[in-house]
Design a protein around this ligand. Structure first.
Ligand code: NDP
Length: 301
């Protein structure tokens, strides 16, 4: 069965619209997200446009700051500091990648952790790894895929847990394999699955016999960036397969990391590319903006 991230994202965004309207009725202001783009990378422009559109749909205010690709790191940090100190700003997102002369890690650290809607700030990443969730009796649903960790969780792995919740399959005790160990997808994904009582293996470019490792998975997450790396011989019959990869092919079309046609009849559930993880990532960005707003509002009241 195909897991439609597009449909689930649409459902979640309608729900968020109502959440935001209710927050406006209660507090007299809506969440406010600032999206910063440095330079004119065409792919970044598309991602930024999608994020702004999603915010508008969810009734979240958004501001687009398009800065010159020549901006210095110091100037960018000063701009971020201004937004950190602006009480009317709940979320700050700097679209990556940044031009080579700017240190991305330094910029991620410059955003106040409370306004870091991407969940990339070391304080947020550390909270996820060091702490157990605050709600131990959490029941996962597409609307509420992760328990409260008291911090912002990276959007892509959070969206994937929502996709997994949509299958209705119990995760407790399952074998999960996450292919890819990046700080924004693979690593947080592995921790979240571990907290859902999965036994987790992380595979990477030095993993020997990747197909054999993948075949152990009841839940296989591919987050690599190599078109069709995951072939039919990597899939255990009945596994749930989530494809994070977005690869632009020479003919301009998009491909995931999974050979979808070859794997779809072996898996019990599989997410497509496009229309799988991508829309969920943007949707969770909206949820993170709402959550940052709520946490800040709770401090004020
Ligand atoms: P990174 O490049 O940061 O990480 C890729 C990971 O894949 C690394 O850990 C690398 O291993 C591993 N890898 C590379 N080659 C192999 C191989 N042959 N076998 C096994 N593992 C391998 O990528 P990201 O995590 O940022 O993104 C991964 C993919 O997901 C990309 O296509 C990206 O565009 C997409 N993406 C999609 C999102 C969405 O919303 N749908 C959001 C974020 C990313 P090593 O550590 O050893 O180098």
């Amino acid at each position: 069965m195909i897991i439609s991230g597009k449909d689930i994202a649409a459902q979640l965004r309608s729900d968020m619209q109502q959440q935001v309207d209710a927050m406006f009725a209660e507090y007299g202001r809506t969440p406010n997200l600032v999206v910063i783009q440095v330079g004119d990378d065409p792919a970044s422009s598309i991602y930024v446009r999608n994020k702004m559109r999603a915010a508008e749909f969810c009734h979240i205010r958004s501001q687009y700051l398009h800065l010159s690709g020549e901006i210095t790191e110091k100037e960018l940090c000063a701009q971020i500091e201004q937004l950190n100190n602006d009480d009317d700003v709940d979320g700050i997102l700097v679209q990556l990648p940044l031009p080579a002369h700017i240190d991305e890690e330094r910029i991620i650290c410059a955003i106040h952790a409370e306004k870091d809607v991407d969940g990339f700030h070391p304080d947020n990443a550390a909270s996820l790894w060091l702490h157990q969730p605050l709600q131990t009796n959490h029941i996962a649903s597409i609307y509420n895929p992760v328990p409260d960790y008291g911090c912002t969780i990276a959007c892509t792995p959070k969206g994937i847990l929502s996709l997994l919740a949509s299958t209705g399959v119990e995760l407790d005790g399952k074998r999960a394999v996450v292919v890819g160990r990046s700080p924004i997808v693979g690593k947080p994904m592995a921790k979240l699955l571990m907290d859902r009582q999965c036994t987790v293996t992380i595979a990477h470019s030095h993993t020997r016999d990747l197909p054999a490792v993948c075949r152990e998975a009841d839940i296989l997450i591919a987050a690599v960036g190599k078109p069709k790396l995951i072939t039919a011989d990597c899939i255990k019959p009945g596994a749930i397969v989530i494809d994070v990869g977005i690869n632009r092919l020479a003919d301009g079309s998009l491909s995931g990391d999974v050979d979808f046609e070859a794997c779809k009849d072996i898996a019990s559930f599989i997410s497509p590319v496009p229309g799988g993880v991508g829309p969920m990532t943007v949707t969770m960005l909206m949820q993170n903006t709402i959550d940052c707003y709520k946490r800040r509002q709770m401090k004020v009241n």
